[in-house]
Design a protein around this ligand. Structure first.
Ligand code: FES
Length: 118
């Protein structure tokens, strides 16, 4: 295990295209909500903050996918994001992506390893 890794959850807690597991990270001097999802078999982590306004995406805890399970969607005004990159796909995020987090799946567990933006 790397020095700054933190266990988020077991692999079985993340169904593909299903409910996210929420956790918290230190972000710019405060505690901020984050989530991890599984999409096409891989795990991806993001700050739980929309690119439109600083709102959490979930409409109910962990519900961040659209009904088809192919895009992440913000419950407030409907911005959509690519699950594998956080790229804004449409709606009021207007090109602003989600903040991506480094997560890794190993030995049946999922770990947070830090942020890509430093
Ligand atoms: S706050 Fe997410 S779409 Fe507006």
């Amino acid at each position: 295990m790397a020095g700054n890794e933190r266990l988020i959850c077991g692999s079985g807690a993340l169904p593909d295209g299903g409910r996210a597991v929420r956790f918290e990270i230190a972000y710019r001097g405060a505690t901020a909500p984050a989530f991890v999802v599984r999409f096409d078999g891989a795990v991806f982590g993001y700050l739980n903050r929309c690119g439109h306004r600083p709102m959490e995406l979930d409409w109910r805890e962990g519900e961040v996918f659209d009904f088809g399970g192919r895009s992440l969607i913000c419950s407030t005004h409907g911005a959509t994001y690519a699950p594998e990159s956080g790229r804004c796909l449409g709606g009021p995020c207007n090109g602003t992506p989600l903040v991506r987090l480094r997560v890794v799946e190993r030995g049946g567990e999922i770990y947070y390893q830090g942020r890509d933006d430093g």
